[in-house]
Design a protein around this ligand. Structure first.
Ligand SMILES: *[C@@H]1O[C@H](CO)[C@@H](O)[C@H](O)[C@H]1NC(C)=O
Ligand SMILES: *[C@@H]1O[C@H](CO)[C@@H](O)[C@H](O)[C@H]1NC(C)=O
Ligand SMILES: *[C@@H]1O[C@H](CO)[C@@H](O)[C@H](O)[C@H]1NC(C)=O
Ligand SMILES: *[C@@H]1O[C@H](CO)[C@@H](O)[C@H](O)[C@H]1NC(C)=O
Ligand SMILES: *[C@@H]1O[C@H](CO)[C@@H](O)[C@H](O)[C@H]1NC(C)=O
Ligand SMILES: *[C@@H]1O[C@H](CO)[C@@H](O)[C@H](O)[C@H]1NC(C)=O
Ligand SMILES: *[C@@H]1O[C@H](CO)[C@@H](O)[C@H](O)[C@H]1NC(C)=O
Length: 802
């Protein structure tokens, strides 16, 4: 009878997941948490964080802390901030986290192995308890109030506000998307007291941030303060004892969740999320060019970055991938290394960082080639022009690592291959693989456990429970089937409301017609469509862009919209949804309170003070830098102008209308198939007119014009002329070079600075040095020669360090 009762209890426990959950605020001495009971969760007083067993895959759990506000589904879409056992997941059965009477917290796997412990001991007569603070810190405290252990002292890949990084702690990235094991990237204070990012791979390790060729002070870091302390505050300001200071682009806003995470891709990013917003946005990042991160592709391979695919690796000619599933092992030669006659294959605009056999300045190509031929160890050489001295440098390479190709790099690589090697053969084997989006793989815990001794009663109980469990599973399956059928029917009924993969909404045309009161209130025009103000049924104010009739097919439109919808940045306008029905193509955006920069600049009231203007310049640069180099895609804007820079309530700029022109990949850029002139008179780069290849530098140019316009207060399209004896603003004959030259001349003569040139509305209230810096950058951006213009991420750097 007893055993029957027990088995009933056991079978009820199987039903536990169906019961509503009640989480704990603290774990007392002698109690434990178990993965078998999903309600065994510690929550922080305000509910922002939860700690508990987090499913990593089928039957594999980690004890973790995650953001639980807004509500998320563990194992599905929660953001983890800390893990006790990232490298040793535990079984879903009979594992537990136990706070022992001695004051030690122990995590056991299947009641057999201890995989993790705090190794703490309570003083005699004192009791201890485990609690989760509202800051996300999990701590063990005794009854005297002493903290015996806290998770903030052993971060994994994430730093939360108020969590210090010290000389004892470091961040280690996770291994891959969806794989939380320790990965190859580390963020910590180096021996010289400087915070760095390190790639620590199978065979080598190398620093890649700050740029390894800069000495610390060039990178703005100090080596003198050995206290080694860094922290991010709740307003979004990160400051470190090595003088590294940065702040999030939404600095100062409170009630925002923030985290600094070292991603599996090796980039360090600061993320923000409003309490009710569901997606994290990047508000700062260390590297703007993903392929500059070391160790992306392993030896003898090349990293490249393209839209829709993210980073890809490919083997160099003459090399084959070593391990077909893992690029970190790189490629191995498929030719005979001991051959005699060698030749070189050029690889333009490519860089392989490190592993130089030698550094030979001022060499001719022939000399460099000979140098590499003479050395058995030479695998190829880097031949690079140095602007500052006007000659070529030669770097024979012992190994070809950290390879990437970027149009901005002013040098080529020559790969050494035997003459006998048939190059046309290898071309076929040149393959690509998507790196950043590995297929989601289900993960089974592989570990052998000792079999338990089973006696008759237990056998009977297990048998009984299995039968009960079977019945239960069958009924659950039935219910689920019914629910599934019902939801299927609903889906069919509600076609047109399908969510696309990224989660933003597909609206029906009727819905948007209603929201905009039949396209009643027009708020803008241009960029291939008209923009209307509207309000959704949930009260959100929206801007709806109705695209002019296009012949674009639905599939193509969906693909583009999906891409644009994935771009998340503080300084890019957020897209909430779209509509594609018959010939109608509409885009739904958040509505911006203060309209566009153009509106504000043309209004006579002095809405913008110097600080606001500087922030607009910086924010716009950040948004564009994000579009160009990083994130998921590589997008050129092609129509940067004040009309496309929108301002929110706090005058933070948000770039709009991006991605509409065309999504480009690098291959296409070089094809220059981009022949139709885009952009707006006055802001258009000379490349458009002279039919030169279109690169991201066209946006840099337009950006420069916008900044000059903001600073001088003069539009490139308008001028003052005497008309009938009265000074009037008129449309000027279009002379972009003259406009730029004039601005330049005036701005360069320092004397006039305090005079009329700088927008009189600023009334001299500007910081002189910042102003000089901004103007200097803007003038470089409008250089006629596109190679002389900085990249958007360089602009951001320079504006930040003024
Ligand atoms: C997680 O997904 C669920 C269901 O799709 C959704 O309701 C919830 O808002 C999501 N939470 C987060 C934080 O994304
Ligand atoms: C994560 O990566 C490690 C190292 O490659 C591997 O051993 C482990 O099985 C992976 N885990 C998952 C969940 O795929
Ligand atoms: C961030 O903190 C540092 C050091 O405390 C300070 O110098 C800097 O001005 C702060 N930045 C902002 C935007 O408040
Ligand atoms: C070193 O850095 C710490 C933390 O940022 C700071 O409090 C301290 O004043 C610095 N010491 C010196 C000598 O600058
Ligand atoms: C959250 O969403 C609101 C409106 O949807 C937006 O104004 C705000 O900037 C967002 N916050 C963050 C941090 O993205
Ligand atoms: C570079 O080498 C050439 C030929 O050896 C020499 O004439 C020239 O002066 C060198 N340039 C510099 C800057 O050293
Ligand atoms: C190289 O390979 C191509 C195609 O396989 C073949 O047609 C050609 O004859 C080969 N050349 C040499 C020199 O072996």
């Amino acid at each position: 009878m007893g055993s029957l009762y027990l088995s009933l209890v056991l079978s009820l426990m199987l039903l536990a997941p169906l019961r509503p959950s009640a989480a704990y605020l603290r774990l007392n001495q002698g109690s434990h948490l178990s993965p078998e009971n999903p309600s065994d969760v510690l929550i922080s007083p305000g509910g922002t964080f939860s700690a508990g067993f987090y499913p990593l895959g089928l039957n594999a759990y980690a004890f973790a802390v995650w953001f639980s506000k807004p509500t998320c589904w563990p194992g599905h879409n929660c953001t983890l901030v800390w893990m006790a056992n990232r490298d040793h997941p535990v079984n879903g059965r009979r594992s537990k986290l136990l706070l022992k009477e001695t004051g030690n917290v122990v995590l056991t796997d299947a009641a057999q192995f201890n995989v993790w412990a705090t190794d703490t001991a309570a003083k005699s007569k004192l009791t201890t308890y485990l609690q989760l603070a509202e800051s996300g810190n999990l701590f063990l405290r005794d009854s005297e109030g002493t903290i015996l252990w806290q998770s903030f002292d052993s971060p994994t890949d994430t730093l939360l506000p108020q969590q210090p990084l010290s000389r004892f702690t470091l961040l280690i990235s996770s291994r891959a998307k969806g794989n939380y094991s320790s990965g190859f990237y580390k963020f910590f204070f180096d021996d010289d007291n400087v915070l760095r990012l390190l790639f620590d791979g199978h065979e080598t390790s190398s620093f890649y941030w700050p740029h390894p060729w800069l000495v610390s002070w060039e990178a703005g870091r100090s080596t003198f303060n050995s206290s080694r302390h860094a922290m991010i505050d709740s307003l979004g300001n990160f400051s470190s004892s090595d003088d590294l200071i940065f702040w999030s682009s939404d600095y100062g806003r409170s009630r925002i969740q923030r985290r600094l995470t070292l991603g599996y891709d090796g980039n360090l990013r600061l993320y923000s999320r409003g309490e009710r917003n569901e997606t994290w946005v990047v508000s700062w990042q260390a590297m703007s060019q993903p392929c500059m991160i070391h160790g992306v592709c392993g030896e003898n391979s090349l990293c490249s970055y393209a839209p829709n695919t993210g980073r890809t690796c490919s083997c160099l000619q003459g090399y084959n991938q070593k391990k077909s599933t893992d690029w970190s092992y790189g490629c191995e030669p498929e030719f005979d290394k001991n051959g005699k006659d060698f030749t070189f294959i050029p690889l333009p605009n490519a860089e392989f960082y490190g592993d130089d056999l030698n550094y030979l300045p001022n060499k001719t190509f022939k000399e460099c080639e000979t140098e590499c031929l003479q050395s058995v160890n030479c695998k190829g050489f880097q031949y690079k022009f140095r602007d500052s001295v006007g000659f070529y440098d030669c770097f024979p390479k012992a190994l070809l690592r950290n390879g990437h190709q970027t149009p901005n790099f002013n040098g080529d690589i020559y790969i050494k291959l035997p003459k006998s090697y048939n190059i046309s053969d290898t071309k076929k084997k040149h393959f690509h693989e998507i790196l950043d989006c590995p297929k989601s793989n289900t993960f089974l815990l592989e570990r052998s456990y000792a079999k338990r001794q089973e006696n008759g009663t237990v056998k009977f109980m297990l048998w009984f429970v299995s039968v009960l469990g079977g019945v239960e599973i069958i009924s659950i399956l039935l219910v689920w089937l019914l629910l599934y059928r019902a939801s299927q029917d609903k889906n069919v009924a509600k076609e047109g409301y399908v969510l696309v993969a990224t989660g933003f909404k597909r609206f029906t045309f009727d819905e948007l017609k209603k929201a905009t009161r039949n396209f009643h209130e027009e708020i803008g025009r241009g960029g291939g469509g008209t923009v209307y103000k509207g309000m959704l049924s949930d009260g959100r104010v929206i801007a709806v862009k109705r695209l002019n009739d296009s012949n674009q097919g639905e599939a193509e439109f969906l693909a583009e919209v999906n891409t644009i919808g994935k771009l998340n940045h503080m300084n890019l306008i957020e897209m909430w949804g779209f509509c594609a029905e018959k010939k109608h193509r509409l885009l739904v955006y958040e509505y911006m309170e203060h309209g566009s920069l153009a509106d504000v600049l043309s209004s006579s009231s002095s809405e913008l003070d110097w600080q606001k203007k500087y922030n607009i310049a910086l924010g716009t640069a950040r948004g564009l830098a994000y579009l160009h180099d990083e994130c998921l895609e590589w997008v050129l804007h092609c129509d940067v102008k004040p009309q496309n820079i929108l301002l929110d309530t706090a005058y933070n700029p948000k770039v709009s209308d991006f991605g509409l022109s065309k999504l480009l990949d690098r291959g296409k850029l070089y094809d220059s198939s981009f022949s139709r002139i885009r952009g707006t008179r006055g802001y258009m780069a000379p490349e458009w007119v002279f039919n030169q290849p279109i690169t991201s530098k066209v946006d840099v140019y337009s950006y420069g014009v916008v900044v000059l316009e903001m600073v001088t207060g003069k539009s490139p399209l308008k001028g003052i002329q005497l008309v009938d004896g009265v000074e009037r603003e008129v449309e000027m004959e279009y002379r972009p070079r003259r406009w730029v030259k004039e601005s330049e001349k005036e701005l360069n003569s320092m004397e006039s600075w305090r005079g009329e040139i700088v927008d009189p509305m600023l009334e001299g209230n500007y910081e002189k040095q910042k102003m000089e810096n901004l103007v200097g950058v803007a003038l470089e951006c409008v250089k006629e020669d596109r190679d002389a213009r900085p990249t958007m991420s360089q602009v951001v750097e320079r504006l930040l360090h003024s």
